[in-house]
Design a protein around this ligand. Structure first.
Ligand code: UT7
Length: 329
């Protein structure tokens, strides 16, 4: 990967959050938990839940339409669609193919990317390369998840954390510097810490797998917690240094919204002041690949990012994976 990606930027943003809200008080009625525990241990107050008839591609299309409108480009100029997700509509074909069909963008290349919660960052970086080398004029990158279908609603250690949503961006050539640098990494030896064990070729779905609840998300939260802070701080620092910048130059930090304590510890390690950090974890919980995508869209919409600002988007997730992007807005 080239350290610097010249003249590629974000030219449009959009998001979609399902209407239904599930509060911590609602969860108190489902599992042995409390609003106080969830708020103090995670920073989450509520999350959104997709309606039963909606799949990940439906959320993705709504976010994409809003990003296309926001960009002002013709959708026919989009040559590539990447959907970052761990909750695809089905194993095959990719969710991106459903999105392409629903958007009516004929012949655009489309594929899914699975880097768990870091997926949006990985997808933006991948798409940027195609724009930089003129393969496509515009790329549509979406982070979309319907995690509510993959959590065990009897497991209080996971079901309180996750929510559904989608965020999208349009990437294209820009006159002024857009994406300045990026850094990504992973550690597959830690794959066991966060997984959906059944439904793939290792353990095809079966009655036994269903009975054993192996089609649901399993997580060793404590172990991930320890690694997450180091991984996010390192990724942000490495990406900034590739751009010749340091934490002092950062005007806005958009971290993956997994746990407020992870965010606080990362921000402290980086020495970035809290007022520069964009948060929406209280309202949406952890939406995996959709988290940073939605946060970026909301930060811009709420005027938290101004023209010329230095912005860092940083995430970690299952795999394990981690990544950061530095942008000049
Ligand atoms: O997106 C990337 C992937 N995931 C993450 O980033 C998750 C990272 N990890 C975390 O956010 C935290 O580890 C959790 C929020 C998942 C858990 O918080 P924790 O402070 O690490 O709690 P813990 O697992 O050490 O559990 C502490 C206690 C336990 O009780 P005992 O054994 O001390 O009696 C748990 O059984 O809290 C209990 N507990 C709960 N109590 C009430 C666990 N979940 C709950 C709950 N409500 N929902």
């Amino acid at each position: 990967m080239k350290d610097k990606i010249d003249s590629v930027g974000i030219v449009g943003l959009g998001a979609y959050l399902p209407e239904k809200t599930l509060t911590n008080f609602d969860l108190e009625k489902i599992v042995d938990t409390s609003d106080e525990w969830i708020k103090t241990r995670t920073g989450i107050s509520q999350r959104r839940i997709a309606s039963p008839e909606m799949a990940t591609s439906d959320l993705a299309v709504l976010a994409a339409n809003s990003a296309i409108k926001n960009s002002g480009i013709k959708k026919e100029d989009i040559g590539l669609i990447i959907v970052a997700t761990v909750t695809p509509d089905m194993m095959m074909p990719s969710t991106a193919c459903f999105v392409q069909a629903k958007l009516g963008i004929k012949e655009a290349a489309c594929y899914d990317l699975n880097a768990a919660c870091s997926g949006f960052i990985f997808a933006v970086i991948a798409a940027s390369q195609y724009i930089a080398n003129n393969t496509y004029k515009y790329a549509l990158v979406i982070g979309a998840e319907v995690l509510s279908r993959f959590v065990d609603w009897k497991d209080r250690s996971t079901c309180i954390l996750f929510g559904d949503g989608a965020g999208a961006c349009i990437l294209g050539k820009v006159n002024e510097p857009g994406i300045l640098s990026a850094h990504t990494g992973g550690d597959g030896t830690l794959a066991h810490l966060l997984k959906i064990p059944a439904g793939g070729s290792r353990l095809p779905m079966s009655h036994k797998a269903l009975d054993d609840k192996l089609g649901f998300l399993k997580m060793e939260g404590n172990e991930i917690f320890k690694i997450a802070v180091r991984a996010m701080a390192n990724a942000a620092e490495k990406a900034l240094s590739k751009a010749g910048l340091s934490c002092k130059d950062v005007d806005c930090l958009i971290p993956h919204q997994a746990n407020i304590r992870i965010i606080d510890a990362t921000v402290k390690k980086l020495g970035i002041s809290k007022d520069k950090v964009f948060l929406n974890i209280a309202e949406y919980g952890n939406m995996s690949a959709a988290s940073t995508a939605v946060a970026l869209c909301e930060a811009v919409a709420k005027g938290k990012i101004k023209k010329g600002d230095i912005l860092v988007i940083v995430a970690f997730g299952g795999g394990l994976t981690w990544g950061a992007i530095v942008l000049k807005w």
